[in-house]
Ligand binder design. Structure first.
Ligand SMILES: NC(=O)C1=CN([C@@H]2O[C@H](COP(=O)(O)OP(=O)(O)OC[C@H]3O[C@@H](n4cnc5c(N)ncnc54)[C@H](OP(=O)(O)O)[C@@H]3O)[C@@H](O)[C@H]2O)C=CC1
Ligand SMILES: O=C(O)CCC(=O)C(=O)O
Ligand SMILES: [Mg+2]
Length: 740
């Protein structure tokens, strides 16, 4: 371990990046005064794209910061604060490439259909920046996400608005009953380290190696599952009819960002079914334009611009006519006519389903009104949990943030666990036949019959992360004296293997006085909901996907947003990764900022992550200032909540910048008031004085800039100087910090 503690603060995208321009100078000033270095690393989408092309960029080449942090995460030195970043869909990736090209970076076009080796190389490099490319690299530990007591108490005292639920709501979840991943899953625990191969054997006698040299460890769980394309298409066709018959909105909820290979294909199947008559009629023209349904109907509108006007108009007219026959689509932006099927990354299940449940079970229709909706979540593995919440709300009404209990989460995610690590093992069957997994002796581990176009995927879950996850769950149950439920389904092949391990590893711990259960997800949901309505807490101990889903669902119901969560990843090598909240990059916030110079991003998640990072330093390094700094920050966070210094949603009040000023003010005041560390006291007393005396002037300077459009020179790679100027408009405040 080095002598000087260091925090790595990540530069990401969109609203969190803008917020960083204002918050980071404060963090650097305060931490610096305590002898803690704060460095930055760029893991933004644009930074990750540029890092793939050092050979083309000459002097403008940038380092691969993400790869560096991925290595750091495997060491005890790691102390990383990770803000949310864009997990890009193909349309977002292309937009970022266009912007970088316009800024003079000589990047190649994204090849949709690579024609030769050079284009395959370019596509592979861009592929590294696609989808959820950051989190799996950094997450060398399991996750511990919860609402800190101060935040939960605040939410109870100041409950956010929840939509009313009617027992007559027609909203519901629709899932497949056969032909999905759930129904076909096979799973095996490896008796010894081995090297596996995945091969397609066609009914016509052909064979194709899909993946070889797949290393597995002793005790590792390996699964395979298949989604039938035909069954999916037939299911979707029935749901379109049913939505029309019931008069509800049709909506699709997937995770095309994180499940970057399988889910865009499923998205494409739904787009094809919904628009089938038009796509069939104009098949030749659309092929010529290069339309790919996996990129959404937005891709069609973009592509047909290249077609002759008459063809384009005919296609547009046919789509308009089709809408009259189809059920209404849920909208992402009704003012702009952007539907649920426009872009695969616009509706992301972890955030979209909680938003629907928070809003009375409705989604937005084309008239900008809430309407009951059918939520299509094709696979059965997790769809049922949302239906359980919907049924509960129909029976018992909306949840009440003023009285409801809490469901914190301990999530298995280390080392690319489960589905979220499956991208490099996900394939579309090249023909009818069998996909077989074999070991190094040529024996079959398991196999699936497939038809052309089926999605087949394998997942890996290593043993050490499972053992660590069980320990983390037991520790949390002890610390918080709360029942803990493992959400595992014995009827699912993978879960059955995990249950066996959980039962083994639970024996390593003292479980006296603990209430620990293993329940299938729907039962676990019902159990937790029953308790939450009584104001009781229940720890959810889940696999990677449910970790993602539940850490948006419960915080959004309990706190209004997942941004206010503490999200800690105790890294298995001893370091710490501190994520901010569980939510995303909130692109809506950037739009508001550009139009009216008002940023409503709430950085509470960053404040909490910083506190956890400082506590980590206190435990690992000999630094007498860190615990004092952490404690003072905790007090400041409490005051931010109590005195309502968080950003308001609408222009006029305090925004992100104003809330950062109050953080600095309260933090400095707490440091000036303490007597544990004389050096810090002496350093911060003058700052506390200047900020207190000038509170009104500084707030006026910060709020005075609101109301006019602002230019930051780019969306994916804004101009740092312009961003900094926009986000730090108070000279007085800047000078006070600089004087520290
Ligand atoms: N960890 C990560 O890196 C993650 C990244 N993402 C990425 O984020 C982008 C958007 O994803 P999406 O699913 O829309 O989810 P978001 O969490 O970005 O947005 C959903 C809504 O949550 C609320 N919200 C989230 N964070 C804050 C905050 N700090 N302050 C105030 N409100 C907040 C807002 O709701 P309201 O309007 O109701 O106030 C927002 O519109 C995508 O590019 C996605 O890939 C998504 C999840 C995690
Ligand atoms: O990596 C991503 O794309 C999203 C991560 C996420 O939603 C989560 O971990 O909660
Ligand atoms: Mg999530």
């Amino acid at each position: 371990m080095s002598d000087t503690p260091k925090i790595i603060y990540t530069l990401t995208d969109e609203a969190p990046f803008l917020a960083t321009a204002s918050l980071l100078p404060i963090v650097q000033a305060f931490a610096g005064a305590a002898g803690i270095a704060v460095e930055t690393r760029d893991i933004s989408l644009s930074g990750r794209i540029l890092a793939q092309f050092p050979d083309l960029l000459g002097e403008r080449a940038v380092g691969d910061d993400l790869a560096e942090l991925g290595e750091l995460a495997k060491t005890p030195e790691a102390n990383i604060i990770k803000l949310p970043n864009i997990s890009a869909s193909v349309p977002q990736l292309k937009a970022a490439i266009r912007e970088l090209q316009a800024q003079g970076y000589p990047l190649p076009e994204y090849p949709d259909e690579p024609k030769d080796e050079a284009e395959r190389d370019i596509r592979a490099r861009y592929g590294k920046a696609l989808g959820s490319a950051v989190n799996p690299v950094l997450r060398e530990g399991n996750s511990d996400r919860r609402a800190p007591a101060a935040v939960k108490n605040y939410a109870r005292k100041h409950p956010h608005r929840m939509g009313k639920w009617s027992p007559d709501s027609k909203s519901h979840v629709a899932h497949m009953d056969e032909g999905d991943f759930y129904g076909s899953e096979r799973s095996a625990t490896m008796p010894a380290g081995d090297v596996l191969s995945i091969t397609f054997h066609g009914n016509d006698g052909s064979t194709k190696v899909l993946k070889d040299s797949l290393k597995v460890q002793a005790g590792e769980i390996v699964d395979g599952a298949r989604m039938s394309r035909k069954a999916l298409a037939a299911f979707v066709a029935r749901q379109i009819e049913d939505a029309k018959a019931q008069g509800v909105l049709f909506s699709l909820h997937l995770k095309a960002t994180m499940m970057k290979v399988s889910d865009p294909i499923m998205f494409g199947v739904v787009v094809e079914e919904f628009y089938r008559p038009v796509l069939e009629k104009h098949a030749a023209a659309l092929a010529e334009a290069g339309f790919n349904p996996n990129n959404g109907i937005g891709d069609l509108y973009a592509r047909i611009q290249s077609l002759p006007a008459a063809t384009r108009e005919a296609i547009e007219a046919d789509i308009a006519a089709l809408y009259a026959q189809r059920p209404a689509l849920a909208m992402v932006n009704s003012d702009k006519g952007i539907t649920n099927l426009h872009v695969p990354s616009d509706v992301i299940v972890d955030a979209s389903m909680p938003a629907m449940i928070r809003d009375s079970g409705g989604m937005w229709n084309a008239q900008g009104k809430l309407q009951d909706a059918k939520a299509v979540i094709p696979d059965r593995c997790y769809a049922g949990i949302y239906q359980a919440v919907i049924e509960d709300c129909k029976t018992n009404g909306a949840f009440d943030p003023a009285t409801m209990g809490s469901v914190p989460n301990v999530g298995l995610m280390a080392q690319k666990a489960e589905e979220y690590g499956s991208h490099d093992k996900t394939f579309q069957a090249p023909g009818d036949g069998v996909i077989r997994v074999t070991n190094s002796r040529g024996e079959t581990v398991f196999e699936h019959a497939v038809e052309a176009g089926d999605i087949w995927r394998a997942c890996q879950t290593k043993d050490a992360p499972i053992r660590d996850w069980v320990k983390l769950a037991v520790d949390r149950a002890h610390i918080s004296k709360t029942p803990a439920v493992f959400w595992l389904d014995p009827a699912r092949a993978h879960d059955a293997q995990v249950i066996a391990k959980v039962e083994t590893y639970l024996k390593e711990h003292t479980l006296d006085a603990l209430d620990i259960r293993i329940l299938p997800p729907v039962e676990a949901m019902k159990f937790s909901l029953e308790r939450i309505r009584k104001g009781l807490d229940t720890i959810s101990v889940t696999g990677n996907v449910l970790r993602d889903y539940l850490t948006d669902l419960f915080p959004i119901m309990e706190l209004g947003t997942s941004a206010k969560m503490l999200s800690i990843v105790p890294l298995m090598a001893g370091g710490g990764l501190f994520e901010t909240g569980a939510g995303g990059s909130a692109p809506k916030h950037v739009q508001q900022f550009l139009e009216e110079n008002y940023l409503r991003w709430d950085s509470l998640g960053e404040f909490l992550a910083l506190g956890a990072s400082l506590e980590h330093i206190s435990q690992r390094w000999l630094n007498s200032a860190a615990p004092v700094l952490a404690q003072a920050l905790d007090q400041a966070n409490g005051r931010i909540l109590d005195e309502n210094r968080s950003p308001a949603r609408r222009i006029g009040g305090l925004d992100n910048r104003g809330s950062h000023f109050y953080l600095a003010l309260y933090w400095a005041q707490a440091l000036a008031a303490q007597d544990e560390h004389a050096g810090l006291k002496a350093k911060f007393a003058p700052l506390a004085k200047v900020l207190s005396e000038n509170e009104e002037r500084i707030v006026a300077e910060l709020n005075g800039v609101q109301g006019r459009p602002v230019d930051i020179g780019g969306y994916y790679r804004p101009d740092m100087e312009k961003v900094s100027a926009a986000m730090r408009p108070s000279r007085l405040f800047n000078e006070a910090l600089a004087a520290l």
